[in-house]
Ligand binder design. Structure first.
Ligand code: AMP
Ligand code: MN
Ligand code: MN
Ligand code: MN
Length: 282
């Protein structure tokens, strides 16, 4: 069987639309042999995913995607193979969920002022039992209310940093995210690095600090990356001696590029992060 790796995906525990069980069923159908569940700032979906992975014989990697602020911008750090009950990780994620709770109230207040009634109650309904309420839930609500024609427009008009309901937050520091992932026995990976645009020293300054703090890998393959991004990230992985990771960043059906397993083939020229996952050198 050809191995198919997907080391970045979401469930309803954050802003995905499938339950952990549905996610693993879909991964199985798509032939994925190793899957990481990496919900935003929560590991609440991991236990159920683990059970369903066992059922299908999929190599399951418990993970998380921690929101951090670096250089005034939001940067996502994926943790692979983390122990969800590790105290340092639990503490970091609890704080992020609290930040999210406060931000949810602030965004809802701004949307109310923009004429979207009952925004707070509705977004919690929209989020179901999600541990991490996200801007994605707000975007779905805005579309449902007919205030935007699609998610993209909902972000543009209301939720992006130029939108009318934007609320800026201080997420975890890079150091806190990497150290809590490592304390939980995990590997820290820069998520979709092609998305970050820094002036000055650029992304190299960031990668240098990430590596110094104990980060070990970057996503070379990601649904966010163009072909150019892939080659740039390959260069960074080589220059900084980092492992390369692959992740669809699957949130739900409908986007072929971000479908489970769609990013599974790592370009030649860098060390695959699953070598670490298999040998347990973490
Ligand atoms: P949050 O972590 O709550 O700030 O939400 C960020 C999430 O919103 C990302 O993980 C994406 O899933 C989603 N997102 C961000 N920008 C867009 C966009 N332009 N269109 C659709 N979804 C987006
Ligand atoms: Mn998301
Ligand atoms: Mn992300
Ligand atoms: Mn993600």
């Amino acid at each position: 069987m050809t191995p198919i790796y997907d080391l970045h995906s979401h469930s309803i525990a954050s802003d995905g639309i499938l339950t952990s069980t549905e996610l693993l069923n879909r991964a199985h159908t798509r032939g994925v042999t190793m899957l990481a569940l990496t919900d935003h700032d929560t590991t609440a979906g991991v236990a159920e995913a683990q059970r369903q992975a066992l059922h299908h014989g999929i190599d399951f990697i418990p993970g998380v995607e921690i929101s951090t602020t670096w250089g005034g911008k939001t940067v996502h750090i994926v943790g692979l193979n983390v122990q969800p009950e590790a105290p340092a990780l639990v503490a970091c994620l609890a704080r992020m969920c609290e930040v999210r709770r406060t931000r949810t109230e602030a965004i809802a207040a701004k949307l109310e002022r923009a004429g979207i009634e009952n925004a707070l109650v509705s977004v919690y309904e929209q989020a179901g039992g999600a541990s991490a309420v996200s801007r994605t839930h707000f975007a779905r609500l805005i579309v449902q209310r007919g205030r935007a024609r699609d998610m993209q427009q909902a972000f543009k008009k209301y939720l992006s940093n130029k939108g009318s309901a934007y609320v800026s937050v201080d997420w975890a520091s890079l150091s806190e995210a990497v150290s809590s992932i490592r304390a939980a026995g995990g590997i820290a990976v820069v998520a979709h690095p092609g998305r970050y645009h820094y002036t000055g020293g650029g992304i190299r300054t960031f990668i240098d600090e990430f590596k110094t703090l104990g980060g070990q890998a970057i996503e070379v393959m990601s649904s966010s990356h163009s072909r150019d991004d892939v080659m740039r990230m390959l260069g960074l992985a080589r220059d900084f001696d980092l492992y390369g990771s692959v992740g669809s960043d699957f949130h739900g059906p409908g986007n072929p590029q971000a479908e489970l397993g769609a990013q599974s083939r790592l370009v030649d020229g860098c060390k695959p992060v699953w070598e670490l996952l298999k040998t347990g050198q973490v």
